[in-house]
Design a protein around this ligand. Structure first.
Ligand SMILES: [Zn+2]
Length: 145
């Protein structure tokens, strides 16, 4: 199981973004670095949810922002290592749509779910090295800030 290192402040920021976007799903690109055992999340860039489907049950990262982040990575910025989104009405588990949408090998998927009134929980998953639709649970190592 991979370990995902992420700051508590970043999770807090994402959970607030999820709350603000409700009833729509919120989404962000995750930037940082990846090695064999560990994924380090340096920061996240929240983007508009540009889904052509129902934004209450689906999301799509703004492709212009994705291209911008890839350009920055090429000139020494952090790599795009995955995606975050929220489930305003559901558990922090990948849906069948999420699994179908997961096409990048080894990408980190962070999902914030709504588990009770005012209570959000964020879980991490990593796409398989050979099958990107296979989103495996990862261990979260939350660091102070
Ligand atoms: Zn989802």
């Amino acid at each position: 199981m991979k370990t995902v290192r992420i700051g508590a402040g970043l999770i807090d920021m994402l959970e607030r973004a999820a709350w603000h976007a409700t009833p729509h799903e919120a989404c962000a690109l995750l930037l940082g670095c990846v090695d064999d055992d560990t994924v380090d999340v340096a920061t996240a860039v929240v983007t508009d949810n540009v889904t052509s489907g129902d934004p209450e049950t689906s999301f799509e990262i703004d492709p212009a922002m994705h291209i911008q982040m890839q350009k920055l990575a090429r000139v020494g910025g952090p790599s795009v290592i995955g995606v975050w989104h929220s489930h305003p009405k559901g558990a922090p588990q990948p849906s069948d749509t999420d699994k179908a949408q997961s096409v990048e090998l080894g990408w980190l998927w962070l999902i914030t779910g709504h588990v009770a009134d005012g209570v959000s929980v964020t879980h991490a998953f990593v796409a398989g090295d050979t099958d990107p639709h296979d989103l495996k649970p990862a261990r979260m190592d939350v660091t102070p800030l």
